[in-house]
Design a protein around this ligand. Structure first.
Ligand code: KPL
Length: 306
């Protein structure tokens, strides 16, 4: 039985552990210990309590576990590299990694530096924690898995098949870079604005914010074009991106976006992984990015007060 380590027991990490644990040997790894009994509430409201194995990074040193078949990194984007470094000497360097981060920061860096295969996953599964022993699976959504250099299609297919068997619907794809940048575009248009203004996604449709959403999408559409990312749904240019953003705003109108949740909890946001790659790309290509930079510095000021 292939064993899976899940580094970063947040909401997606715990949802993964609940899904994988009947079929595989799964261990959650975090900085602090977790209760053994863990509750999962399904999107239909059904509750199930399971024993999930978990260890701290420190315990891994004193009681080494057999080397895993896969390491999933489910931390926030800016913590992924440090999390990997904290266990790197306890796994063989050819161990496949699966990166579950938002944005496009950790993925290219770890792909360049890790000797083994590095898969990236992008998911629209909705989940949130309600305590140290409880995660709510708020909504089902597809997950796509692939590697940035398209060299590990078989591995991505095997993992997607395993996840799908557990009910965590996943598909192996050959265009994960496109999909990560598409998601990043949507996140850049929604997350900073809702986080700075303390509103739910649907409120962006109002007069107070719609103009700023459009201004962000205008800058991002030009940048993403230079990154050779095709507009979504076979559409063209800025309008296709705007339509996608409004569609997601509509579908998630009642959501508190992840960046708003971070701000409310006074945690650092993922602005570096979401706005950072867009600003870097704009600067490389000599494109305007004043709106993105303004959002980034407003978020930086807010985080400085935490
Ligand atoms: O991905 C999201 C997030 O909250 O990070 C969106 C799509 C904005 C939904 O809330």
């Amino acid at each position: 039985m292939t064993s899976h380590w899940i580094l970063g027991p947040g909401a997606i990490g715990r949802l993964l552990a609940h899904s994988l644990s009947p079929l595989t040997d799964t261990t959650l790894i975090g900085r602090r210990g977790l209760p053994e009994q863990q509750r999962l509430t399904s999107p239909e409201g059904e509750e199930q309590t399971k024993r999930l194995a978990s260890v701290t990074v420190a315990e891994l040193t004193s009681h080494p576990l057999p080397a895993p078949g896969f390491v999933h990194i489910t931390t926030k984007a800016m913590a992924a590299e440090a999390a990997l470094a904290s266990i790197a000497d306890r796994v063989t360097p050819t161990t496949p990694l699966v990166l579950w981060q938002n944005g496009f920061l950790a993925q290219p860096r770890i792909t360049q530096t890790w000797p083994g295969p590095v898969l990236c996953a992008t998911t629209t599964q909705g989940a949130y924690l309600t305590g140290d022993d409880s995660v709510v699976h708020a909504g089902r959504g597809p997950t796509f898995i692939g590697d940035l250099d398209n060299q590990h299609a078989r591995l991505a297919e095997a993992l997607a098949a395993l996840l799908s068997e557990t009910g965590f619907a996943a598909t192996a794809v050959g265009d994960i870079r496109q999909r990560l940048w598409q998601k990043l575009t949507v996140n850049a248009a929604i997350n900073p604005l809702v986080a700075l203004n303390g509103v739910r996604n649907g409120e962006l449709r109002g007069n107070a914010y719609a103009g700023r959403v459009e201004a962000v999408v205008k800058e991002v559409a030009a940048i993403i074009n230079q990154e050779n990312i095709a507009p979504p749904n076979g559409g063209e240019g800025e309008n296709a991106w705007l339509a996608l953003v409004w569609q997601v705003v509509e579908n998630t109108a009642n959501n508190k976006a992840s960046m708003l949740q971070d701000v409310e909890a006074k945690r650092p946001t993922e602005r570096g992984a979401i706005l950072g790659p867009l600003i870097d790309s704009a600067e490389r290509h000599g494109l305007p990015c004043g709106v993105l930079k303004e959002l980034n510095s407003e978020l930086a000021k807010l985080e400085a007060k935490f």
